[in-house]
Design a protein around this ligand. Structure first.
Ligand code: SF4
Ligand code: SF4
Length: 74
């Protein structure tokens, strides 16, 4: 597992916006790209996580999920 560089190119690849756990609070705060930006300030209801299907997960060999809860990948 590697640190995910917080670049605009990587941010565009993040699929958090289509995730069932990406709630209105996160949308209102324009939160996402949690594996690089760190955890969400919203109360998370776990309704599934799309990180496993994200291109960045394979690019950086991310082996966890719910980065909105656990914070940035190290
Ligand atoms: S691995 Fe998850 S948090 Fe990271 S960019 Fe992809 S969808 Fe977003
Ligand atoms: S980190 Fe996972 S659970 Fe959280 S919003 Fe992104 S895809 Fe959904």
């Amino acid at each position: 597992m590697a640190k995910v560089p917080d670049t605009p190119e990587n941010m565009k690849k993040c699929i958090c916006g289509g995730c069932p756990s990406h709630d209105q609070c996160m949308k209102d705060k324009m939160e996402g790209f949690f594996c690089a930006k760190g955890k969400s300030s919203c109360d998370l209801a776990k309704n599934g996580c799309l990180c496993g299907a994200c291109p960045l997960a394979s690019d950086y060999r991310l082996d966890k999920m719910y980065y909105c809860e656990i914070g940035a990948a190290e």
